[in-house]
Design a protein around this ligand. Sequence first.
Ligand SMILES: NC(=O)c1ccc[n+]([C@@H]2O[C@H](COP(=O)([O-])OP(=O)(O)OC[C@H]3O[C@@H](n4cnc5c(N)ncnc54)[C@H](O)[C@@H]3O)[C@@H](O)[C@H]2O)c1
Ligand SMILES: [Zn+2]
Length: 361
Amino acid sequence: MKELQIKINATQETSYPIFIEENILNNAYEYINKYTKANRFLLITNDKVYSLYGEKLKNKNTEILILPDGEAYKNMDTLNLIIDKAIEIKLERTDAIIALGGGVTGDTAGFAASIYQRGIDFIQIPTTLLAQVDSSIGGKVAVNHKYGKNMIGSFYQPKLVLADISTLNTLDERQFKTGLAEVLKYAFIEKSCLADKDYKLFEFLDSNHNEILNKNSAILKELISICCELKSSVVNKDEKEKGLRSILNFGHTYAHAIEKLTNYEKYTHGEAVSIGMRLIFDLALKEKFISIEYYNSCINLINKYRLKTDYEENFDKEQFYKTMQSDKKVKNSNINFVMPIKEKEVKLTNNIDKKIIVGGI
Ligand SMILES: NC(=O)c1ccc[n+]([C@@H]2O[C@H](COP(=O)([O-])OP(=O)(O)OC[C@H]3O[C@@H](n4cnc5c(N)ncnc54)[C@H](O)[C@@H]3O)[C@@H](O)[C@H]2O)c1
Ligand SMILES: [Zn+2]
């Protein structure tokens, strides 16, 4: 059993554990009852995840709401369904919402928990690799608006996170790789950025790639725990994304534009992120910010995991640039770039010429 304690600003209120283990769902309520005083629960999941794991979470004190599957349902209508259900079953302030599923379920259910009766306890049970290493940690919860992704949301920390690594066995290869793209992102930023300690993820990924691609459970447990530690150390220093947390956006400036211009349908988020990281490395090489040796070592790692690095579209450069500028993280139209350029050095810049930014598109 791996147990990590997440401390956001080191207060008791916002400190919570993450448990990483195989088959932890079989005794989920032992953990849940230890970390919340809730009497009743509203479990939010989707049809696919419910059919795989719903049985394990059935309990006489738990009502279940099954949502349709997909990013298209991460919206205000679904949020309203959750709130309607909570009111209907008379969920009280001292009760709790449990999210069982990937990042879509976690983000939507977490946002509902943050606003229902001004906030009730929330428990994350992430079942995708992406949710276990990324979206279930850090407290960002949100739904999409038709004009933009994650436009309506809040910062709200769960009471605990239960990451059952055996759920990853039913995840298809494409979704598994989506999570791996975020894992590689952590490896690049750790190597170039967290100068106060020795990095370990890059080497871990380099030497264990067969085990990871074959979902070896001991190795996955170690991998997920390193990622959770990394994300929590960044979030702990900068919960509300005033500075440091922005390094987690590496690759995302391009990724968000690719996702938007293909209507969030063609590529998974992770696929767009690995393409985005490759575009940044190319840009950094072209501008001579990065040595060819460092560039090769990073691109080799991406290729070792057979992550997507190319797209088929012929994007219009002007439209691509405008889409990048409309990202909600862009201030005063300046596009911010996070570039891990060598060991213990990350370049943060918003001063790159438009022609260069979309030159490789
Ligand atoms: N809050 C954050 O900090 C944060 C960070 C990154 C991403 N996100 C959000 O997370 C979302 C993406 O999350 P995701 O990649 O988990 O997508 P997802 O929730 O859509 O899950 C992907 C697919 O896998 C299925 N699935 C889930 N668990 C499964 C399992 N164990 N076996 C088989 N199938 C399973 C889902 O039903 C879905 O079809 C996006 O909306 C993104 O904005 C949030
Ligand atoms: Zn991401």
